[in-house]
Design a binder for this molecule. Sequence first.
Ligand code: PLP
Length: 395
Amino acid sequence: MNFADRMSRLGTESAFEVLARARALERQGKEIIHLEIGEPDFDTPTHIRDAGKRALDDGFTHYGPAAGLPELREAIAKDVAATRNIAVTPDEIVVTPGAKPIMYFVIHALVNPGDEVIYPNPGFPIYESVINFVGGVGVPIPLREESGFGFDLDLLEKKASAKTRLIVINSPQNPTGGVLEVDQLGRIADVARRYRIPVLTDEIYKSFLYDGEFASITRFPGLEDLLIILDGFSKAYAMTGWRLGYGVMPTALAEHVTRLMVNSNSCTAAFTQLAGIAALQGDQTPVATMVAEFKRRRDLVVAGLNQLPGVSCRLPRGAFYAFPNVKALKRPSSEVAEALLQEAGVATLAGTAFGEHGEGYLRLSYANSEANLRKALDRMRPVLARLAGASLTGS
Ligand code: PLP
């Protein structure tokens, strides 16, 4: 079989590959602690599960509108308006199976071959993958540890031009846990306004913020017809497997994205959408409980990582990832991740799974039990000590 040329440009998400390899090791009898995949270890709250079950019994088992059920789009419009303090109407919303299709569809709808797209690096790997897939020219903006993993704004100013078709930002950020400050968002907004560049703002981790208030680029005026908000239910409501997300965008773009839905998924499963309404309108205590628990685990993991040989780790302000610096080990981070998987039975991701500027870092998801996190740190110590020792003797 011959494959289309474009398939050679499509990347992947290493988390799923490492998960598959870790599962293969488990089948061979090895015990693995999973810190590679980015999903809450909490169950979906009961009232949301009940709404999903009720919807199945009530016959929500058929095709629905491609852009999503009007009731859910209404509920999302209210929620987005309240959380960002902006006016939103349901016709600006497209509901998708997970939030990931929003990046896929929006990049397809906006970017022609040869168009430039600015995106964070290290960053969620699917941005770069889909930019390359459509023949766009990726313009990575490095996120540097020294600046709290914020955007290099001077570089952004230099790289943005009339050729830029889209800017992608993500805060709180995967994989670094960094958060874009209001003044940083303001400078990104200035650049977008100057060249009339659409901004895809990935806000899927907005509930996972451990100090301060969530700030969205939506707070800046003059961007109303340029912004696309990506958000969803996977992380905040522990609903990764339900596949429910959405985008908020100008109506003209929403029509294109809806057509992409018609051509791919037809629609998002109706009963999951009813569960989504229950999530937005129901008790928010489970979200707060989960975030408080993640904050405790973040503190535990970061303190533990900073005690390990060859490792230093900044305190991430959001999401549920630690992004420790392992440059002192003087070897590719993929090698460090491999040694941890094989020798310690701890599955992590190399920083390079998130782009070239992730070299020298690992990503650990601390969405795991405290007991497992402690065990992982214990098991990592001798492996890292060996690597650190080897780096001193130059072997
Ligand atoms: N955006 C970022 C930054 C993510 O980390 C993820 C999931 O890992 C997504 C979007 C996609 O979320 P979903 O599972 O709803 O497709």
